[in-house]
Write a protein that binds this ligand. Structure first.
Ligand code: WT7
Length: 698
């Protein structure tokens, strides 16, 4: 399977003697840049920053980084409060900049930053930038699915639109602390809706518009929103997706379950569907365009405590029930703003485009909040990245003169397969920094991204982080140090990654194990909504004293970090996090499915794909129709992005005598590594394995 799949540590032999691990803050540098330069020609796995890039960068050298990093670890309160002081606070935080307990053996897990500080993130994104003279700067360039369809909003215009919606929400009874579900595609109305909630202290819960009605119901039942904001339909590529139908189904089911949502505010996206064609429930459904513009463009902000909740975002874990990750206001604000500024080397003249959807954390932190807090100009793209052809991204880059381009390895690999011609026919000379997120980027995709897309000029920020972390945790700072293709490199300011073994022992130097974080950082999530116990057991009990990420990681002799993927029952499909248990529950809900077991298998473009072993009910024959309807079951229970790529018929599943499914064996069968099945003697019925192998391509 080539190099694609996990990147491996690359050692730079000569450095081992001078190396000291930087997390331990030795006074000696891990290496000297001059020495690395000498090595660069000998070992092309080091990609050095161009001198002119480094000279203009926020962090121009590794020395500067170390100085800042050291301060951030030795004096987190001083480091972060200095940065926080650059933002607007109605009232400054109390004496303690932060307080934390990450040790479950010492009591309740608790993280607080800037407690007592009174602020508002919407004010800091919009009013603050306007007050400093940037009102006429473009905040959002919006590019529609169809080439030629576009629009923009200046910071002034964005504030007006946000205030109108905020007033409308208030008028409909939304108060501080209430939740609002937003089920919208990448229209400008999506960040507008997020900001409007933030302005009035409401807690937004954006649900990615690719989730099914049932997933939406689950989230509605959990957070009981006052209002759902959606649109009638959207075009993605050649497809039209009728979102309102999905919302209608979800609202009907929720109200049967006792949760009635009184208002469904629907944006009429007439490029995808006419108003007249939209199904309508009088009394509950209201067209956005009919009401919102009637409201004043002035709306006072609701000042909130730094620790008041900002948003909920559901993510997958190792059980069937999605987790409502809760982020609060102050720490998240400071953290997303700071990570954005440094990891992309953002300057006021930059034009920034992140291809992620606001339905995921990447869109929250790095389409909306982080960039707007920096007064950036952001491109928001509605459509599919390869529509009408695989050159669309570079067409958009040239059209808006994008300087910072942030995307996922899956898109890089897919465009790489389409051929260089689609890239090289565009200039791309505006590009300055490239970014990657979602999964480890394999070295060959990294090199293609670097050499072909970035013309070997643009550093790549391979940012490792998670929904839970709020912002970047391990990431290159462009220009500050040499890169190694496939490595997320070093920790961001204030972040102390540790790699531990099964027993929780911290490993030193060159090592490989479970990635944990010691101490809190401002952007950390504070709880799982309504289930603080699950928060504690999932993240803080495996290795007491640390936050456990769920990822494996190795560190090489130069201190570079290499993420190796999830170590739990979560699979990463095109950068989307999917719990195997969720897919299994969706499969067994099918009336003809007796049992199912799902594993992730390497996939050339998606990184991993979903491979399902299914045992139909007694007497039910294997058929193409059954296979199709099983896939439909997953689409309706979760969403199309979670549809299994392969259904493998299983007369039985390999189980231990105590009934536990041995996924290790299923993974080997799924990836056809049949000579690596290992010990099957502990299985209750070892014959199951031969049966499965016989059915592999049936
Ligand atoms: C999981 C988090 C954070 C935004 C997107 C996904 C994987 C993410 C990287 C990277 C290696 C990465 C991890 C992580 N991941 N970025 N640069 N290198 N792995 O957010 O849905 O919360 O998923 O994505 O496995 O745990 P998410």
């Amino acid at each position: 399977s080539g190099d694609i799949f996990r990147s491996r540590p690359v050692m730079v032999n000569d450095l081992t003697t001078t190396h000291h691990h930087l997390c331990h803050l030795e006074s000696t540098l891990p290496y000297k840049l001059s020495k690395l330069k000498a090595l660069a020609t000998a070992d092309d796995d080091l990609v050095l920053p161009a001198q002119d890039f480094s000279q203009q960068a926020h962090v121009p050298s590794f020395e500067k980084y170390l100085e800042m990093y050291k301060r951030s670890i030795e004096d987190p309160a001083g480091f972060w409060s200095e940065i926080a002081s650059e933002f607007y606070w109605k009232k400054k935080w109390g004496q303690e900049v932060y307080s934390e307990n990450l040790d479950i053996t010492k009591g309740k897990i608790n993280i607080e930053w800037f407690k007592g500080g009174i602020t508002n993130i919407c004010y800091n994104c919009l009013d603050k930038n306007i007050n400093s003279g940037n009102g006429e700067k473009i905040a959002i360039h919006w590019e529609g699915n169809e080439p030629g369809v576009d629009g923009f909003l200046t910071y002034n215009q964005l504030l007006d639109r946000v205030c109108q919606l905020a007033n409308c929400l208030k008028d409909n009874g939304v108060k501080k602390g209430d939740s609002v579900i937003i089920y919208l595609p990448m229209l400008m109305e999506l960040p507008i809706a997020m900001l409007a909630c933030a302005r009035i202290g409401a807690v937004h819960s954006v649900v990615f518009a690719g989730f099914s009605a049932e997933s939406l119901v689950q989230r509605i039942m959990d957070c009981k929103p006052k209002i759902v904001i959606t649109c009638n339909a959207v075009r993605r590529g050649k497809k039209v997706i009728n979102l309102k139908d999905i919302v209608d189904a979800a609202l009907a089911e929720s109200s049967q379950n006792g949760i009635s949502v009184g208002l469904c505010l629907t944006y009429a996206n007439e490029s995808a569907m006419k108003k007249e064609a939209t199904k309508w429930q009088k009394g509950r459904d209201v067209w956005w365009q009919d009401v919102v513009s009637e409201y004043s463009t002035k709306c006072d902000v609701e000042w909130v405590d730094a620790e008041d909740p900002l948003f909920l975002l559901y993510t997958s874990g190792s059980t069937g029930k999605p987790k409502g990750v809760l982020h609060t206001t102050g720490g998240y604000m400071i953290y997303t703003a700071t990570t954005f500024k440094y990891a992309f080397d953002h300057k006021p003249s930059d034009i920034y485009w992140c291809t992620a959807d606001c339905g995921w954390i990447t869109g929250h932190s790095y389409v909306a909040y982080g960039p707007l807090l920096n007064g950036a100009t952001v491109v928001v793209y509605e459509g599919a990245p390869n529509y009408p052809d695989p050159g669309r991204c570079w067409d958009i880059v040239d059209k808006y003169k994008v300087t910072l381009f942030y995307t996922a390895p899956t898109l890089v690999r897919s465009l790489m397969r389409d051929g260089n011609e689609y890239v090289t026919r565009y200039s791309r000379k505006s590009l300055r920094v490239l970014g990657s997120v979602g999964e480890p980027i394999n070295p060959s995709a990294w090199r293609w991204f670097f050499n072909v897309v970035g013309d070997s000029r643009c550093p790549i920020s391979d940012t490792w982080w998670q929904t839970e972390t709020g912002g970047f945790m391990i990431t290159p700072l462009p220009g500050a140090w040499p890169q190694k293709p496939g490595s997320a490199t070093f920790p961001f300011f204030g972040v102390q990654p540790v790699i531990v073994d099964e027993k929780g022992k911290e490993l030193e130097g060159e090592c490989s194990g479970y990635l944990c974080i010691k101490s809190s950082w401002p952007g950390a999530f504070r709880t799982l909504y309504g289930d603080h116990e699950r928060y504690e057991t999932t993240y803080f009990s495996a290795f007491p004293g640390y936050y456990f990420s769920g990822d494996g990681c190795s560190r090489d002799n130069d201190g570079y970090h290499w993420l190796t993927g999830r170590v739990d029952d979560v699979i990463n499909v095109s950068g989307h996090r999917i719990g195997t248990a969720e897919v299994e529950s969706a499969l067994v809900l099918h009336p003809q499915c007796a049992e199912a077991a799902v594993v992730g298998v390497e996939h050339e473009v998606k990184g991993q794909c979903i491979y399902a072993f299914v045992t139909p009910n007694e007497g039910v024959a294997y058929s193409e129709d059954l296979r199709k309807s099983l896939v439909v079951s997953v689409r309706t229970h979760i969403g199309a992005f979670a549809a299994p790529d392969k259904i493998h018929w299983a007369p039985g599943l390999p189980k231990t005598r105590s009934g536990k499914i041995m996924r290790r064996i299923l993974r080997k069968i799924a990836s056809r590594q049949l000579d690596e099945l290992g010990d099957t003697s502990t299985l209750a019925d070892p014959n199951v394995v031969d049966q499965l192998i016989a059915l592999a391509d049936k």
